[in-house]
Design a protein around this ligand. Structure first.
Ligand SMILES: Nc1nc2c(c(=O)[nH]1)N[C@H]1C(S)=C(S)[C@@H](COP(=O)(O)O)O[C@H]1N2
Ligand SMILES: [Mo]
Length: 321
């Protein structure tokens, strides 16, 4: 299978992930094998009934925010995923996320805003005109993809909900439902998966609230029905399947920073000059293009989005990694 090919080129999970992840992964596989995970989430009927079917979503191409790179194939983008709630292998989410129920779905928006509210996805879709933008996405593990996302600048939402003067950060919380998500039983992260941005990062027009990809609604494994995409940061900042957006005065605690603070900082800007403690970040492999015998390509500062540099002027990016 295609995924085995990629796995072959990459470091084994035990080399790139903390020990806790390797252990959790073993547990996950054991549970699958002895059948304690089958009852609701992984029953055959749930697998068969593919609730992950997508709907067309038309959007105006935004040429300013369209990378010149060749888009990753839909198949690669939907079968090579990181979504630990659905398992630790790249090929797990495509299978185990099929039965995630994404309708009805609401997102709670609260914290430092004038009027806290709860929005369903249909209202989110109507908040601003939909755009299609081809963005590079660079995973901290050293691979990248180029995906045509559908959504709009997160700043459109910020503008509509009117944060108070105390809103300095935004916290993103994603769904953690053990009944639907087999990986939530593992101790790899402290669930739910949370992420955060400084308010000026969240307001940068590149930061995107995403409801679709490849002209369709998001597939479950890519974060249906709504996620955030921050293209100049490592992929883990782009949280999937959001259930809450909270505006805060203090920096939010993020799931990866909590689990391994010396490896995953709050900022997580793509930076070829700052190595991960256990591997270099200077190069990357483009999924579907850079094969086993190709040289990896050079990783670009801010993932090739230099327009965000002014957000960090005067900051030591080694210290604030
Ligand atoms: N809720 C949630 N969001 C998540 C993750 C996750 O495990 N759970 N993984 C992150 C990581 S590490 C990456 S690289 C991207 C991958 O997004 P993609 O599968 O759509 O390419 O999603 C991010 N968002
Ligand atoms: Mo990632």
């Amino acid at each position: 299978m295609k995924n085995n090919f990629y796995r072959f080129q990459e470091p084994a999970p035990s080399e790139i992930t903390p020990q806790s992840i390797a252990t959790a992964r073993r547990q996950f596989l054991q549970q699958l094998a002895i059948g304690t995970m089958t009852a609701s989430s992984l029953s055959h009927s749930a697998w068969a009934e593919n609730t992950s079917s997508t709907k067309p979503l038309s959007a105006r191409p935004n040429m300013i925010y369209t990378a010149k790179d060749k888009p990753t194939s839909f198949t690669d983008a939907t079968t090579y995923n990181n979504f630990y709630e659905f398992g630790m292998d790249k090929s797990d989410p495509a299978v185990t996320a099929k039965s995630l129920k994404t309708h009805p779905w609401t997102v709670q928006i609260d914290g430092e805003i004038k009027k806290p509210l709860t929005l369903d996805v249909d209202s989110l879709l109507k908040l601003a005109p939909l755009e299609e933008r081809l963005y590079r996405l660079r995973c901290v593990e050293g691979w990248s993809m180029v995906i045509p996302w559908v959504g709009f600048s997160f700043s459109e939402l910020i503008r509509k909900i009117e944060p108070t003067g105390n809103a300095k950060y935004v916290e993103f919380t994603t769904l953690a439902d053990p009944k639907q998500m087999p990986g939530v039983g593992s101790r790899v992260l402290n669930w739910p998966y949370t992420e955060g941005l400084r308010i000026d990062e969240a307001n940068h027009p590149l930061t995107m609230l995403v409801m679709g990809m490849y002209g369709q609604t998001l597939t479950n494994q890519n974060g249906a029905p709504v996620r955030i995409i921050v293209p100049w940061k490592y992929g883990f900042k782009s949280a999937k399947s959001l259930v809450r957006i909270r505006f805060t005065e203090k920096p939010p605690i993020t799931a990866w920073n909590r689990s391994a603070p010396e490896e995953y900082g709050f900022y997580a800007n793509v930076n070829p000059e700052v190595d991960h403690p256990r591997w270099s970040q200077a190069t990357e492999r483009r999924i579907g293009e850079d094969g086993l015998f190709n040289k990896k390509r050079a990783t670009m500062m801010f993932n090739g989005y230099p327009e965000v540099a002014s957000l960090y002027s005067g900051m030591n990016l080694r210290k604030f990694y």
